[in-house]
Ligand binder design. Structure first.
Ligand code: PLP
Length: 437
């Protein structure tokens, strides 16, 4: 440190001063003093390392504490990433939220009220899913997309081979590698083709008595372009083995908004024996893994002992049912929002913030689907750009607003912000010190 420069450690607020902050006093009342003290110590440490400013210590401590014991904090997603895994992917529709609340008490999840006998678990959600995917002979729901794959691999390919293209051995995110997941079930991967090109002959040559199934994976998060070739499901279905298609994204039927995204109906019509997908990606519902396919195969999975360990709870079933039956999901609304409308909202927000002395500008941006869906697709969007320091301050506010930092500016992208939340975003900014203060 240069001689004469102020030592940042001297400026970090003292513990007793921080613990007297009314917000932290309130937090100590519900969470206990020890927990709040630990959060304060961690925030002071961050300030000493220069990660946050001394003025941000109390808010930073508060931000690491739950709003209530055990609670997760609701945040406003201004990142421009529609399905942001760190922000819980799809927000539930109001109808799905109501369904979750209603199901929180005792429910008829496994009881037929007319006969008084045990009934198939979650039959309402299963019926809704079957109705939404008429090309599937049967459907089943597990904990998430990864669980759907594990169940398929365990039931159909333990001690056998899964034939898969080298171009589709993907890592989804946070170190989740599909090949490792599949091999953890005791299945052996029979890799065919190359990173950029795999042909039907490659698959055909790998078929044999040990084949469990052929797997086709939606290579989420990236695209291979140039000298490439991949084999469509319809061609794979001419081979003598069941074809399992992991679409990941959760699109049940073709959607003109995302014309290149694979969907369950098309895969089943092309001859897939089984399709696996996530419920909280493009379906816009709760975290869940969907298994859709030939009745005999789905039934085998449903009756496999492992199915019990992957079973979903009543809250998920309620949310899934309501998502499938209900009005358009917030996820689809975010995908569909018109750029012109987003620009107008951004301009209104900019005007309100500028009038209050904040340095705000309207800028065009490129939002993305995220969550492994529609790699390479950019959704034209609009954001309010603020000085970079706002990013941390807004994240530490209540409610936290999560923007994205790009080229030294904090962008609040409105594509994933419901228009009813614009005032909440404005108020969050207005609570901060003005630019230059
Ligand atoms: C997201 C994804 C998964 C995993 O689904 P989760 O619901 O996150 O467990 C598997 N395969 C593909 C292709 C995906 O995109």
């Amino acid at each position: 440190m240069a001689v004469g420069a102020p030592d940042p450690r001297r400026r970090v607020p003292r513990t007793d001063a921080l613990l007297a902050d009314p917000r932290l006093v309130a937090a100590a009342g519900s969470l206990g003093r020890a927990r709040v003290k630990a959060a304060v110590a961690a925030a002071q440490e961050r300030a000493r390392r220069g990660e946050i400013s001394p003025e941000e210590v109390a808010a930073a401590a508060l931000a690491t504490l739950p709003a209530a014991p055990g609670g997760l904090r609701p945040v406003i997603n201004a990142t421009g990433v529609v399905l942001h895994t760190n922000l819980g992917r799809a927000p539930l529709s109001a109808a799905a939220v109501d369904a979750v609340v209603a199901a929180a008490g005792h429910t008829d999840v496994e009881l037929d009220l007319t006969t008084g006998r045990r009934a198939r678990r979650g039959r309402g959600a299963m019926a809704a899913l079957a109705a939404a995917t008429p090309d599937a002979g049967a459907v089943h729901v597990v904990n998430n997309g990864a669980a759907a794959l594990v169940l398929a691999a365990t039931a159909l390919a333990t001690d056998r081979e899964i034939i898969v293209s080298r171009g589709e051995l993907v890592e989804i995110g946070d170190g989740f590698r599909l090949p490792d997941l599949l091999e953890s079930t005791g299945a052996r991967l029979r890799e065919v083709g190359t990173t950029n090109r795999t042909t039907l002959a490659d698959y055909a040559a790998a078929l044999g008595p040990r084949t469990g199934f052929i797997l086709k994976v939606h290579p989420s998060n990236f695209v291979v372009s140039g000298f490439t070739s991949a084999v469509p499901v319809a061609a794979l279905a001419t081979l003598d083995a069941p074809v399992v298609v992991d679409i990941g994204s959760g699109l049940l039927a073709p959607d003109p908004l995302l014309p290149d995204e694979p969907d369950a109906a098309s895969a089943l019509r092309a001859g897939a024996a089984l399709v696996t997908a996530s419920g909280d990606k493009l379906l816009g519902g709760p975290q869940a893994g969907l298994l859709l396919g030939v009745a005999e195969l789905v039934e085998r999975l449903r009756r496999h002992p492992l199915a019990r360990a992957l079973r979903v709870d009543k809250l998920t079933l309620a949310a899934l049912d309501a998502t499938l039956q209900g009005p358009e999901t917030p996820t689809r609304q975010a995908l569909r929002a018109g750029a012109g409308e987003l620009r107008e909202r951004a301009e209104r927000l900019r005007d309100e913030l500028s009038a209050a002395g904040h340095k705000a500008e309207v800028v065009p941006t490129a939002a993305v689907v995220g969550g492994g869906g529609a790699p390479g697709v950019e959704l034209p969007s609009w954001a309010v750009a603020l000085p970079e320091r706002y990013a941390t301050q807004l994240r530490l506010g209540e409610p936290p607003v999560v923007g994205r930092v790009e080229r030294g500016r904090c962008l609040l992208d409105l594509r994933c912000v419901p228009s009813t939340m614009d005032d909440a975003v404005r108020d969050a900014v207005l609570r901060l010190p003005r630019t230059g203060d």
